[in-house]
Ligand binder design. Structure first.
Ligand SMILES: NC(=O)c1ccc[n+]([C@@H]2O[C@H](COP(=O)([O-])OP(=O)(O)OC[C@H]3O[C@@H](n4cnc5c(N)ncnc54)[C@H](OP(=O)(O)O)[C@@H]3O)[C@@H](O)[C@H]2O)c1
Length: 261
């Protein structure tokens, strides 16, 4: 996948899990990276990994930002442009999950999940779009298979990912005449710190993957990263507005609800 070499990718949520895997994979392809996260120590470690995968220190930009803060979003685009003078790829990966069903979800949960998973994605995409139009670039949004299947345990999270897929479709159509492609990926259960953050024992999540994913296993962050690289590259030049499941076939079983890890 040579088409990402020398391009500039802005990646949110790069300090952990899938975003960190995307950063490392893009670095291995020679793509210059502007990495965004909140946890400085972990973001620095991912930045070092990117150098081990072949980038020079001046090809890795690290920025601490809070996705719910509009001025942080404005700053990360401005600083990326000042440093690299272009943006070819935006990976909207930062996301938050609240493990609550319909009856237990609160309006505070709604604010948090929607602000991070939808509002910030919209605003960052809008801020980056003039730069992406110049480069005829791409956006990849990290959604989830729960945008497609019933998932009562993560009520607002699944709602937010459903909205994210719609945001993907609508922005893909509007930006297509400018040569900008917008797609989303919809992972199933992937082994990342997200489960620990939500107090879910990974062993239980892993067992749920075996039961609910037709391929009989969970996904790896590297598998999501390589699919994102495909959608960000010229290899997928005629694909836009697509929501691509990376879920071991979980989306083929829309009526089968995962309830309780
Ligand atoms: N793991 C799965 O099974 C799975 C499945 C489907 C979809 N996804 C999606 O994949 C994406 C990445 O998730 P992951 O599994 O890699 O989870 P993760 O390990 O918990 O990573 C989440 C990332 O998002 C960042 N983040 C969260 N809230 C933020 C905020 N308010 N401001 C700034 N950054 C924020 C975190 O930053 P800090 O760590 O620096 O705080 C971290 O870098 C998410 O959109 C998630 O919904 C995950």
């Amino acid at each position: 996948m040579t088409s990402l070499k020398g391009k500039v990718a802005l990646i949110t949520g790069a300090s952990s899990g899938i975003g960190a895997a995307v950063a490392r994979h893009f670095a291995s392809l020679g793509c210059i990276v502007s990495l965004v996260g909140r946890n400085e120590e972990r973001l620095n470690a991912v930045g070092k990994d990117c150098q081990q995968w072949g980038l020079n220190s001046d090809q890795v930009l690290l920025q601490i930002a809070e996705m719910t803060n509009d001025s942080d979003l404005e700053r990360i685009v401005d600083v990326t442009i000042k440093r690299f003078n272009r943006i070819d790829v935006l990976v909207n990966n930062a996301g938050v999950c609240v493990l609550k069903d319909f009856q237990n979800s609160t309006m505070d949960d709604y604010e948090l999940v929607m602000n991070v998973n939808v509002r910030a994605v919209f605003y960052l995409s809008q801020l980056a779009s003039p730069h992406l139009i110049k480069t005829k670039g791409t956006i990849v949004n990290v959604s989830s298979v729960v945008s497609k299947v019933s998932s009562g345990d993560v009520f607002f999270y699944s709602l937010s990912k459903y909205m994210l897929d719609k945001l993907t479709t609508n922005s893909a159509v509007e930006l297509a005449p400018h040569g900008v492609r917008v797609n989303s990926v919809c992972p199933g259960i992937v082994h990342t710190p997200l489960f620990e953050r939500n107090g879910v024992d990974w062993e239980l999540a892993q067992a749920a993957s075996v039961r609910h994913h037709p391929l009989g296993r969970h996904g790896e962050d590297t598998e999501v990263a390589s699919t994102i690289a495909f959608l960000a590259s010229d290899d997928s030049a005629s694909i836009t507005g697509h929501h691509l499941p990376i879920d071991g076939g979980r989306h083929c079983m829309p009526g089968k609800e995962i309830k309780g890890f």
